[in-house]
Design a protein around this ligand. Structure first.
Ligand code: GDP
Ligand code: MG
Length: 300
């Protein structure tokens, strides 16, 4: 029988390459929120994958996008992602197969930051479902292989789950022997964190342009009562004008956000939820590193 292996794998890459989608795909459930917008993930998120045969436990760390920061918020998010590298046994470097000819400069910048730590790097070329002519992948893989001494290269589709199995093999081969967590351990975040994230996901889905980036959600109340969970959340915006946009004419938009978030949280908790949302102007919070750190931690 094969030996038990376990280790930490940081999923790192530019914003929007599919890191959170991949985490959910490997876990077979929605832990991380994913949206078509960059900058969705705000803090590192642990999701532990376990399988018996061969005995393997992979503690995946989903991270915010790693790119050259253009704002205080971006800098704090990049620091958070960078920090995950220190604890990793293997770095899973994700790039978008539809970008770069053959390699995007921004991806090489991310790799240069990954190289600040001395860890094995597995490159996953994601979104291959969007590449019609698969022969186009070959020069990309060859270029990455020739220019950067990567430990492994895996083309895959996180959205469809294609080739995720091959990725497991490459990761497992680079993990130390042993165990990290009990077999049924999934994550270290409390339910309220995931509730806050679902509220933020609903906001991103119902707003445009700069509003989603300037919103944070904190949980004020999370109480299990007979037959339902009562949740009160504050939506922090950094400008008065954003408050109006979020609430919408006659409160319609906030109502739609609340309904969408409540349905998601009910599915997550598998019980009825009463959700109350407040919008609060927290003037320029995205420009203040201290408040950014506090408000991007999520619902804890
Ligand atoms: N077509 C396609 N889209 C994907 C794939 N993986 C992720 N996406 C999409 O890319 C967008 C960003 O995904 P997300 O996981 O939030 O990216 P992150 O910022 O790297 O965490 C979302 O709209 C996803 O549905 C994939 O394999 N194929
Ligand atoms: Mg993400």
């Amino acid at each position: 029988m094969a030996e038990a292996r376990a280790g930490r794998v940081a999923i790192v890459g530019r914003p929007n390459v599919g890191k959170s989608t991949l985490l959910n795909a490997v876990l077979g459930q929605k832990l991380a929120i994913t949206t078509p917008r960059p900058g969705t993930t705000r803090s590192c998120l642990l999701g532990v994958y376990y399988r018996e045969e061969p005995p393997t436990q992979i503690a995946f760390i989903d991270t915010p996008g790693l790119e050259r920061p253009r704002s205080v918020l971006g800098r704090v998010l990049a620091e958070e992602a960078q920090g995950s590298l220190e604890d990793a046994d293997v770095v899973l470097f994700l790039v978008d197969a539809t970008r770069g000819d053959p390699i995007a400069r921004e991806d090489e910048e991310v790799l240069s930051r990954i190289r600040l730590v001395d860890k094995p790097v597995v490159l996953a070329l994601n979104k291959v479902d969007r590449v019609k002519d698969k022969t186009e992948l070959l020069p990309k893989l060859a270029a990455w292989h020739e220019r950067h001494a990567l430990d492994a290269l895996v083309p895959l589709s996180a959205l469809r789950g294609d080739n995720v199995e091959a990725l497991f093999g490459e990761l497992r081969a680079r993990l130390p022997e042993g165990e990290l967590y009990p077999p049924d351990f999934l994550t270290d975040r409390p339910e309220r964190f995931f509730a806050a994230e679902r509220v933020r996901e609903a906001i991103i889905g119902h707003t445009r342009e700069e509003v989603p980036h300037a919103v944070a959600v904190t949980i004020e109340e999370f109480a299990d009562e007979p037959g339902l969970t009562r949740i009160a959340a504050t939506i922090h915006v950094d400008r008065t004008s954003h408050k109006g946009i979020l609430i919408g004419a006659g409160g319609e938009r906030l109502k739609a956000i609340g309904t969408a978030a409540r349905l998601e949280i009910e599915e997550l908790l598998e019980r009825k939820v009463f959700l109350k949302l407040w919008v609060k102007v927290d003037e320029d919070w995205t420009r203040d590193a201290e408040r950014v750190r506090r408000l991007t931690r999520g619902g804890d």
